[in-house]
Design a protein around this ligand. Structure first.
Ligand SMILES: Cc1cc2nc3c(=O)[nH]c(=O)nc-3n(C[C@H](O)[C@H](O)[C@H](O)COP(=O)(O)O)c2cc1C
Length: 145
């Protein structure tokens, strides 16, 4: 069965403002993803989300459809979907990357703008950005999933 990796970015709805709101999203994401054998990471900076979902193609597709319909974000934009031999976020039912200096530096390195606008990241830089993010997760957020 094909293992796929999907990345999208979206604009945070003004309804989502507090850490508690994101906590509720992560709680439900981790609960479903554990059951569906989906791993990945979610980055948030108050304005944008960027998320990577990894797993069996059918499970990733139905999860993405559900997420796309969620009113806690808008302008859900698919950035990449590809088959992959190995998961980048295999230990995380949904690793969380908050708005922090290290993340801003990674986005500056790989993006074309100095704001955290995931939609400005050129497609060819996306894989390396995700690899760098998975490394910073393993250093900074062990046990977070
Ligand atoms: C930015 C964002 C990321 C989300 N990520 C996931 C996810 O990885 N997996 C998932 O099942 N639901 C995710 N959700 C939640 C779904 O949209 C949906 O609310 C949830 O799956 C519904 O399940 P529940 O009613 O049992 O909580 C996400 C929502 C948002 C706004």
């Amino acid at each position: 069965m094909a293992l796929v990796s999907l990345v999208y970015a979206s604009r945070v709805d003004p309804l989502v403002r507090s850490a508690g709101d994101v906590g509720a999203i992560l709680e439900s994401a981790r609960r479903h993803n554990t059951a569906d054998n989906i791993t990945g990471m979610l980055a948030f900076n108050g304005y944008y989300f960027m998320q990577c979902l990894e797993g069996e193609r059918k499970a990733v597709n139905s999860t993405f459809r559900r997420i796309s319909a969620d009113r806690r974000h808008t302008d859900v934009t698919l950035m990449s979907i590809r088959e992959t031999a190995k998961r980048s976020f295999g230990s995380w039912a949904m690793g969380y990357v908050p708005d922090q200096e290290a993340t801003r530096q990674l986005l500056l390195k790989h993006g074309e703008s100095d704001a955290f606008d995931p939609l400005s990241i050129p497609a060819e830089n996306l894989d390396q950005l995700l690899i760098d993010m998975s490394r910073s997760l393993s250093v900074a957020l062990v046990g977070c999933a």
